[in-house]
Write a protein that binds this ligand. Structure first.
Ligand SMILES: [Zn+2]
Length: 364
């Protein structure tokens, strides 16, 4: 709904009483209670959904390598309101105006990816989040998150995908310590590992391959020792990808290329170059299926109540609702009913139930 006020406007709906056993409380109460909620209980709710899916065999076998994507996401930017959990930064003033302090929140989030289901959209689950603290870098926040998630879901995944920010020895070594693997974008051209790999790209002929509709040239160098801070040899993979798109303006075909370099601890046996390149691209799933949908489909960036625990709890509730919605959509709805109807159709259909039966002639 996007605001607690919008919720309060539906208080006279016949929808709530059968669910709640009493009438809906006020927007103020929902905000106040959310600041006092136990985030751990909500995390257990998310875990419960995962366990139920597994027990009901609704969670597909991941063929030996379970995958999660990790990323930071900024939310709740404001110049005016701030709370004890706010991070802050200085935004330089334009046209002679004074610099301003901007307040914001940032969370590191973990999305669990399953193996693709035959003939259907895979079910992806948002597992957990951790708020970044003032003065802390994102990797430190991520390690706190992973420590908790590895305790609760020790066997759910074997590989963590992340962007170039996570190409650090502490991150790789942390995962190696738990018997897990890392795969991150490798960008830093000052690093020895990158430079050694770049020499190899120039000297060694690539293999050809394909990813989706793209023709690829692949270089794959396992067991590189030029990142001694990491407690295992590191494998570097490059994928130079070419594909053509139709220009909107005149319909002419235009060639596009992208050039990816990844660092990983995944062994070449049994993880082929093709499979590792696929993992590299799955890193975008958290943008496409996580953050974008949370913001545009679930109003998860809205400040329902500006208080650190309330922000954390509203996000965890959005994770829980999103996971249950997707599990319902993919596993409960018969394909014949699902076909041709978008998820936003189902969202509107479900919320219509809340608005039905409100008599606008009666003031709220
Ligand atoms: Zn704040």
């Amino acid at each position: 709904m996007g605001s607690l006020n919008a919720l309060e406007l539906t208080a006279r709906s016949r929808f709530f009483r059968p669910w709640l056993g009493e009438s809906l409380c006020s927007a103020d109460t929902v905000g106040r209670v959310s600041a006092l909620l136990d985030a751990e209980g909500l995390r257990q709710g998310i875990h419960h959904v995962y366990e139920r899916l597994k027990r009901n065999k609704a969670w597909p076998d991941h063929r030996g390598i379970g995958v999660v994507v990790l990323d930071g996401h900024e939310s709740h930017t404001s110049y005016l309101q701030h709370c004890a959990g706010c991070l802050e930064r200085t935004i330089p003033g334009k046209d002679g105006r004074a610099d301003r302090t901007q307040f914001y929140h940032r969370q590191v989030t973990l999305l669990l990816l399953p193996a693709a289901r035959a003939g259907g959209e895979p079910l992806r689950l948002l597992l957990d989040l951790e708020p970044q603290r003032a003065g802390e870098d994102e990797v430190a926040t991520a390690l706190r998150l992973l420590t908790r998630v590895l305790g609760a879901y020790p066997r759910a995944f074997d590989l963590v995908l992340a962007d170039a920010l996570y190409a650090t020895a502490p991150f790789f070594n942390f995962l190696l310590g738990y018997g897990k693997h890392a795969l991150t974008v490798l960008k830093d051209d000052r690093r020895n590992l990158y430079q050694d790999a770049a020499h190899l790209f120039a000297a060694v002929a690539p293999q050809t391959g394909s990813f989706r509709n793209r023709s690829c040239l692949w270089w794959d160098f396992p067991d590189l020792l030029s990142w001694p801070q990491v407690h295992s040899p590191v494998r570097v993979i490059r994928s130079l990808e070419t594909w053509s798109v139709k220009r909107q303006l005149d319909g002419k075909k235009e060639s596009r290329t992208s050039d990816w370099v990844w660092a990983t601890t995944l062994p070449a046996q049994p993880v082929s170059t093709e499979r590792a390149v696929g993992f590299g691209h799955q890193r975008w799933d958290i943008e496409n299926y996580g953050f974008n949908e949370l913001v545009h489909g679930w109003h998860a960036d809205h400040i329902y109540r500006h208080e650190p625990n309330a922000i954390e709890c509203f996000l965890l509730m959005a994770f829980l609702a999103r996971n249950i919605f997707h599990a319902f959509f993919l596993l409960n709805l018969k394909p014949a009913i699902r076909r041709g109807r978008t998820q936003s159709f189902w969202r509107s259909f479900m919320s219509a139930e809340i608005y039905t039966g409100i008599d606008p002639a009666i003031s709220p």
